[in-house]
Design a protein around this ligand. Sequence first.
Ligand SMILES: NC(=O)c1ccc[n+]([C@@H]2O[C@H](COP(=O)([O-])OP(=O)(O)OC[C@H]3O[C@@H](n4cnc5c(N)ncnc54)[C@H](O)[C@@H]3O)[C@@H](O)[C@H]2O)c1
Length: 387
Amino acid sequence: MSKKDTQSILDEFKNAPTEEKVKADRKLKVGIIGTGWIADAHAQKYKMMDDVEVVALADLIPGKAEKFAEKWELTGARCYLSHKELLDAETDLDAVSVCTYNRTHAECSIYALKKGVHVLCEKPMCVTLEEAVEMRKAEKESGKILSIGFQPRMNPNMKKVKEIVESGVLGDIYYIQTGGGRRRGIPTPFGTSFIEDQTAGIGAMGDIGCYSLDMVLNAIGYPKPLTVTGYTSNFFGIDPKNYPWHPEYAEKFEVEDFAAGFIRLEGGIILDFRIAWAMNLDTPGDTIIMGKKASLRIPSTECWNGSVGGPMKVYSEMAGSQVCTEIPLLPDGDCFYLKVRSFLDAILTGGKSPVPTEQIIINQAIIDGIVNSAKAGKELTIDIPEV
Ligand SMILES: NC(=O)c1ccc[n+]([C@@H]2O[C@H](COP(=O)([O-])OP(=O)(O)OC[C@H]3O[C@@H](n4cnc5c(N)ncnc54)[C@H](O)[C@@H]3O)[C@@H](O)[C@H]2O)c1
């Protein structure tokens, strides 16, 4: 995939129409921690809201937050060199967006929650299950909202998946296949923060795999995972020819470019998952949800961009005949705006986190299980500590 292709696909998150929102009677004071690529989308959405003021920015790289403030015309936003500096100095913040690389999601979110600040943390929730447990603890102790940045959930077609499952039309669900990925799409146009262990910690699973898991697990109500058999590989990531502009990135590649997992869920459901940043294949398959009464097929996309690749189909039996019902595709809308707005609305209304950690800890536990099972070379039990 060329640099331009990846950029234009990912830019889809940044430009789209908006929706109605709850109005604050004052401006909410917001900070952005990490002013890299995805922080642009947060700043853009905050700027579209007249009841929000971005008052503080932080980035570890000297001058980066200042440049970001200039680019987004965030006049008056104070700039800091770390999440700690920002949160120690800013005493009347309502919320922060944590837009740092995966490895610092837990540290930044926990520090903010302990300071009494609501947190919208980018996906994946973090890197390990242990970190996810600590984040849950900090959230509970603080009484503040911690929402995880899964904007595809706000997509009307994704909501339709959940509606179809919840309608009961599929009957009892017993097998799910999900995942997807890109033929060539290791995300390095933004530097190496997605591929180095010290910044990313996890690769394709943290970037796009967590979305595939959320799509199906959210639809079926996030049952507990019981066991996992995992596999990970990096054949493309460590090959210099996959980085025409930066062959030296191959040596920095320390995460997985492909992962697969076979997970047993509570309720007798099998979850068969695979995700690729690069592969010699167009797609490792559509998402399918198989039920005793009917099954749903959700066409995959070329790049996991938070949408559905074509009309979904429900396969069932009617009066003894095998039939197939096509579900019309709905316009995608601005799911990134809705992810940010639903977080702020939950703050304003005292509502629940729109993407709650009690669910996403399960997503993280499965990823953690795949990593550990792949290392151990055998099936493992998944135990999620009670928080
Ligand atoms: N929701 C989406 O559509 C989407 C899309 C892309 C990336 N992401 C997620 O967003 C996160 C960031 O991705 P990115 O592409 O913006 O990465 P990036 O490397 O461009 O930016 C991350 C920035 O965070 C800064 N940082 C790290 N730790 C910090 C700390 N403790 N205090 C202050 N600054 C800190 C780094 O210096 C860097 O500038 C990743 O976890 C990624 O998975 C989400």
